[in-house]
Ligand binder design. Structure first.
Ligand code: IPE
Ligand code: IPE
Ligand code: MG
Length: 258
């Protein structure tokens, strides 16, 4: 059972949460955290305030995952394409990320959360790369939840990088062409070791993938909510999970795989 949720008039808690919330849980939830700019606009605030407010939604979502017992959470925090945003917004996002990496380390350890990052890490400022390395190292033994942040991430570039690694192995003779399978590709993606996401949540109503986990989402269930990311709270996450539990996943077959 999940712990009682404090009263919140803006996001009222349902009277009868599904009894079976703990069964048929997605093992890996991926989230496209979108709508920060629109949220800020709705509050007559600069866009960066939307990003700042979104940090609390990350904390609430982590709490929900931990309470429900979902072992993998992947958050799309900054895409490779997001580098093309105005310089001031990008610098603010990097500052926010840097602060987050410092503030959250203690919480991650307290809550038994292992931290990792996928994406072109080398594009990030050196100071942030160091903080990522530190957080990864200091949470490596944590077992309850794997939190993966997608930073400077592009699904297409992930495939380009995988092709390069595989081609290098062919070139140096450690891999033969006939031995290339789906597993070969999986083993050379940034997400090696992570199961494919069962469930994708996108906030702010946009019906697109935006270059996220292109290979890994071949059979992911997709859920889009109009809620803007800074308003997203534990109850919204639970609503999404309940929707997932009603889905029938068929993987191309006529009934559920046994
Ligand atoms: C998501 O919110 C955060 C990032 C992409 C970094 P946006 O900043 O995209 O917010 P909208 O889509 O403009 O409202
Ligand atoms: C996707 O949101 C990337 C992140 C949430 C980090 P965007 O706001 O960048 O995506 P588009 O431009 O609406 O597709
Ligand atoms: Mg957006």
């Amino acid at each position: 059972m999940i712990a009682p949720i404090p009263a919140d008039t803006k996001h009222p808690v349902k009277k009868n949460p599904a009894e079976n919330l703990s069964t048929n849980l997605p093992q890996h939830v991926a989230i496209i955290m979108d709508g920060n700019g629109r949220w800020a606009k709705s509050q007559h605030l600069p866009r960066i305030e939307g990003h700042r407010a979104g940090v609390e939604s990350i904390r609430d979502t982590l709490r929900a995952c931990n309470e429900l017992g979902i072992p993998y959470l992947t958050l799309y925090a900054f895409s490779n394409e997001n580098w093309q945003r105005p310089k001031d917004e990008v610098s603010f996002l990097m500052r926010l990320l840097s602060e987050y990496l410092d503030q959250e380390l203690k919480e991650l350890n307290k809550n038994n959360i292992r931290f990792q990052v996928i994406g072109r890490k080398d594009m990030l400022p050196a100071e942030i790369q160091k903080k990522i390395e530190r957080n990864v190292k200091e949470t490596v033994g944590n077992k309850k939840l794997v939190l993966t942040l997608a930073l400077s991430y592009s699904g297409r570039l992930e495939l380009v990088d995988a092709v390069r690694k595989i081609a290098q192995k062919i070139k140096d003779g450690s891999l033969e062409l006939k031995d290339i399978t789906e597993s070969t590709i999986e083993e050379n993606l940034y997400t090696v070791g992570l199961p494919d996401p069962d469930f994708l949540i996108r906030t702010s109503g946009e019906m697109r993938i935006s270059n996220f986990l292109l290979w890994q989402m071949s059979y992911t269930e997709i859920y889009v909510t109009d809620v803007l990311w800074p308003d997203f709270r534990k109850q919204h996450f639970i609503d999404a999970i309940e929707a997932y539990q009603k889905r029938e996943r068929r993987f191309g077959r006529t009934n559920l795989p046994q």
